[in-house]
Design a protein around this ligand. Structure first.
Ligand SMILES: Nc1ncnc2c1ncn2[C@@H]1O[C@H](COP(=O)(O)OP(=O)(O)O)[C@@H](O)[C@H]1O
Ligand SMILES: [Mg+2]
Length: 154
């Protein structure tokens, strides 16, 4: 579970400062599904970066299962991201020269998973979202929805 306590994020550009987050308190229990809604520039992406361990808050704590992502070391943070956090980005962040299967496999490299198991797990995951026929396609050979891994409708 997540427990965010008085999380703030201030961006500084020269003399200009932007308070993107001003004291967010938020608890997310295991199994919760949450939608964050708000105006453009309201801080949604900033909040997701804190929750995803991609950036650190200016103050406050972002605890994931008792570990504070705000202060934990970079090596441990990398490990936690690999083990516990999955993010579907607005921009795909796929590697254009790798196939669908190889792109999915990259998430398992930091976990030290052996190549044969990586290939098998990536294929299984892609099949589970209806992309079993697209394992050897590169991103430019797939639709936008397929690049995001969105399962086709019923
Ligand atoms: N890296 C950055 N440097 C400076 N200001 C930023 C940076 N990222 C976001 N901001 C500012 O922080 C505010 C929140 O941005 P953001 O979290 O991207 O909003 P949202 O995702 O809700 O549209 C905006 O005013 C934006 O201009
Ligand atoms: Mg955004």
């Amino acid at each position: 579970m997540y427990r965010l306590t008085v999380v703030t994020k201030r961006y500084t550009r020269g003399k200009e400062t932007v308070d993107a987050l001003r004291g967010i308190d938020l608890t997310i229990a295991d199994g919760d599904q949450l939608v964050i809604q708000g105006p453009t520039g309201g801080g949604k992406s900033t909040l997701l970066q804190m929750i995803g361990g991609l950036d650190r808050p200016s103050s406050g704590s972002v605890e994931l299962d008792g570990v504070d992502l705000a202060t934990t070391g970079e090596a441990r943070l990398t490990r936690l991201r690999a083990e516990k956090i999955g993010i579907i980005f607005q921009s795909f962040n796929l590697i254009p020269t790798l196939t669908a299967q190889e792109n999915v496999e990259t998430a398992l490299v930091p976990l030290g998973v052996k190549p044969a198991e990586r290939r098998e797990r990536a294929a299984k995951t892609l099949r589970s979202v209806g992309l079993g026929e697209r394992l050897t396609h590169v991103p430019s050979e797939m639709s936008g929805g397929q690049q995001l891994g969105v399962p086709p409708g019923p």
